[in-house]
Design a protein around this ligand. Structure first.
Ligand code: 3HC
Ligand code: NAI
Length: 697
């Protein structure tokens, strides 16, 4: 008797129920249980088999923890074939999320019913693989190539109603999955409905697969799995028979399983779930959040308020003047209108939010009852201090006082209040109602339940929250500053900003660093350079002034129509600004540098090594707890290609000794910038990897 697959006979129906919490993953015991359940049903005089999941879901997929380990019998493909070949009528009743191998098991059944809230999908490409248990062969046979490619190459979760319309499901039934499944199976038996194995259905109509392969590869910015999935679906149309199609699917699946991209994506999957699990928060209860306050309704404040309102939290937004308050309201209204347009918010909820849930205020007294307040005023310590002094005076005891500062010292802000335990950094990314990352910045005195409240807020807002410590730039902006400096050095030495952007987008970044600067506003970098120069640069640090000249000319990037690129309305992206290269050449001449050529590989290597080295410092200093915290930060906040798993997974895949060798070699030309991080040296000396540190916890 299987522990994880229950067996019962209800009249002439054998009922197999999955009991493998939390998500009924199809690990080896589940596969064995299903196989013996089918065999037992066939020997037990049953006419039909019903498969469903207990707990929160039907099978959510293969057990990802088994990937990369030696396979154990029965394999999922063989199990699916066996289910499909059963002489009994096999039915699945779906609820929760029937994903990946889960949906493949359902597709090997002869009929599928689901409860209305169920979702189905083949998200394997997001893990760097393709469906490997017949999904690429069976799905196109029942819904056609186009619809199957849409599901398989995007990995999207499809709601039951749409899945019914597409033909993935045969029926939707309200109620408990067991009862719904039993009623449906009884009805099928009563009508003498024949078995309906998908493998016996005709091959689907082909499309131009070569063109689709190229298009999907381009869209994935170098991610292989969606494009390889196109080839697997092609086999469904072109292979001699169903069995040969399965063989081709398996070959492609096996190749991807061995790839670095698969390793990177699986790392990302587990890392994003591990970031919120902090040992010090075990058992710590977050404070209740019923209403929040936001101070400053500019770019960030309006985005943060939008995010909270969309999550159902009422917001009091404080601005300086009636005009500023009106402008903030307009920004929020425009964000919400966008949500309505994208189908994320109903018109009536939109109206309700603006009329009843958003309160605009000019007086701090309006913040007396909020449970948490996030300050997003100008990035100026004096202004922040004034704001926190007022918050300290008016907010109720136990209210969490948060700052969205990008760089400023939160300990200094906290020390100014009588309640430093309640002060925390909640660093959102722009646009705050869209970007997924939230750095929860823990200051010296921040109380554990305030940290827990920060994480709880992040979860409520649908963000991925990462714990960071206080330093200039926390995790993300601090590391950004290092790799951005490396890019500036390469420009001085001979690479163009356009070559650098192109090399890094080819590596998989959403955008190159110079296009990002144009998007964020060149004035931000200008202010940072001035701040650093005023504080006194180390005499060994390299500096350059050509970017200042762009700003002095009034070119702040996208918002002024010109920066490194020129932007024309109605056109996506920009074209290189012809004024930039002469400024760079003049700077090189002024510094006596003769430009040299860079290969794209060298550009990527230097940029990445600068990132990894600074990340190692950030971990060594305890600003980030674990390498995976850095990986998630860069993926969610900085457009780092997820399929590399984050910069430190990338580093592990390259081999840390190789990276340290590069740093030592480059330090001969610039010993100030290329100083190896002590943690990197230590890991190399001990023969360990960043992932080993993740495992240490
Ligand atoms: N294998 C192993 N563990 C899994 C898992 C899986 N397929 N799916 C989820 N888990 C684990 C998570 O790691 C987490 O563990 P933890 O509590 O120790 O951190 C726990 O289950 C709960 O998961 P979530 O926190 O993600 O729970 P949610 O309710 O937020 O989401 C979910 C549930 C939508 C099912 C989500 O977990 C998910 O998307 N899982 C992955 C689904 C997937 O990709 N399936 C395809 C697998 S590949 C495959 O099937 C190959 C086949 O074609 C051969
Ligand atoms: P912004 O200039 O767009 O908005 C600031 C708003 O604060 C203005 O509307 C202003 O009227 C208001 N304000 C200023 N002083 C105030 C006061 N005393 N009381 C009430 N309102 C006041 O600035 P932005 O870009 O929204 O930045 C705000 C904060 O968020 C800064 O600390 C910044 O470093 C940080 N941040 C900015 C990011 C970005 O990409 N813009 C990203 C992450 C953090």
């Amino acid at each position: 008797m299987s522990q994880v697959i229950g067996y019962e006979k209800v009249d002439d129906i054998a009922v197999l129920s999955a009991r493998n919490p939390p998500v009924n993953a199809l690990g080896v015991d589940v596969r064995r249980g299903l196989l013996s359940g089918i065999e037992r049903a066939e020997a037990d005089g049953a006419r039909a088999v019903l498969i469903y999941g207990e707990g929160r879901t039907y099978f959510a997929g293969a057990d990802i923890r088994e990937f990369g380990k030696p396979p154990q019998e029965p394999g999922l493909p063989a199990l699916c074939n066996r289910i499909e070949a059963s002489p009994l009528l096999v039915v699945s009743a779906l609820h929760g999320t029937a994903l990946g191998g889960g949906l493949e098991v359902a597709l090997s059944c002869h009929y599928r019913i689901a409860v209305p809230s169920a979702k189905v999908g083949l998200p394997e490409v997001n893990l760097g693989i393709i469906p490997g248990a017949g999904g690429t062969q069976r799905l196109p046979r029942i819904i056609g190539v186009e619809a199957a490619l849409d599901m398989i190459t995007t990995g999207r979760h499809v709601r039951a109603a749409e899945a019914l319309e597409m033909g993935v499901l045969d029926k939707i039934g309200e109620g408990d999955p067991r009862e719904v499944g039993l009623a449906y199976t009884r009805a099928l038996l009563a009508a003498n409905t024949p078995r309906r194995p998908i493998c016996e259905m005709p091959t689907p109509e082909p499309i131009d697969f070569d063109a689709r392969y190229e298009a999907v590869l381009k869209k994935g910015r170098g991610q292989l799995s969606p494009a390889v999935a196109v080839r697997a679906v092609q086999a469904a149309c072109e292979a001699d028979d169903f069995a040969s199609g399965l063989v081709r699917e398996r070959e492609l699946f096996t190749e991807l399983m061995a790839s670095d991209q698969r390793k990177g994506l699986i790392h990302a999957f587990f890392a994003e779930r591990a970031v919120s699990k902090l040992p010090e928060l075990q058992g710590v209860v977050p404070r209740d959040l019923h209403q929040i306050g936001v101070i400053g309704g500019g770019t960030m404040g309006a985005g943060i308020a939008t995010s909270a309102l969309l999550a159902g939290l009422p917001v009091v937004l404080l601005e300086m003047t009636p005009e500023a308050a009106k402008a903030a309201q307009a920004r929020i209204a425009s964000n919400l209108a966008g949500a309505v347009k994208r189908g994320k918010l109903s018109q009536s909820d939109h109206d309700d939010i603006l009329q009843n849930r958003l309160e605009l205020a000019l007086d701090y007294d309006a913040l007396q009852n909020v449970d948490l307040v996030i300050e997003a005023v100008f990035e100026d310590m004096e202004v922040k201090k004034q704001v926190f002094a007022q918050l300290d005076a008016v907010c109720k005891g136990g209210a969490v006082l948060a700052t969205n500062t990008s760089y400023l010292d939160i300990n200094e802000i906290a020390a100014l209040t009588r309640r430093p335990d309640d002060v925390i950094g909640l660093h959102f990314f722009s646009p705050a109602h869209v970007m997924k990352l939230l750095e929860v910045v823990v200051a010296d005195r921040t109380a554990p339940e305030v940290v827990a409240t920060g994480f709880a807020l992040g979860k409520r807002l649908g963000k991925t929250a990462v714990r960071a410590g206080v330093c200039d730039g926390f995790i993300g902006n601090r590391i950004l500053s290092a790799y951005r400096t490396c890019a500036d050095h390469m420009v001085l030495d001979g690479a163009s900003p356009y070559q650098i952007d192109a090399a890094l987008t080819a590596f998989g970044f959403a955008m190159g660093p110079f296009a990002v600067s144009d998007l964020a506003g060149l004035d931000i970098g200008w202010a940072a350079r001035k701040r650093k120069r005023a504080a006194g640069l180390d005499p060994r640090a390299r500096d350059s002034f050509y970017a200042d000249k762009l700003c002095e000319g009034g070119y702040f990037g996208q918002k002024t129509g010109k920066g490194y690129y020129v932007y024309e309305t109605g056109r996506r992206g920009g074209v290189p600004n012809p004024e930039v290269m002469p400024l760079i050449e003049a700077e090189r001449a002024a510094q006596g540098i003769s430009a040299r050529g860079f290969t794209d590989d060298e550009i990527v290597r230097r940029y990445m090594v600068a990132m990894v080295n600074e990340a190692a410092r950030v971990i060594g200093e305890g600003i980030a707890r674990r390498p995976l915290d850095v990986d998630v930060t860069l993926i969610y906040g900085y457009g780092f290609p997820r399929y590399w798993g984050g910069p430190l997974k990338w580093a592990d895949l390259q081999g840390l000794p190789n990276l340290l060798d590069d740093i030592r070699r480059w330090s001969e030309e610039d010993p100030y910038f290329w100083q190896p991080a002590p943690l990197l040296e230590q890991l190399v000396a001990e023969g360990r990897s960043f992932d080993d540190l993740n495992k240490d916890g």
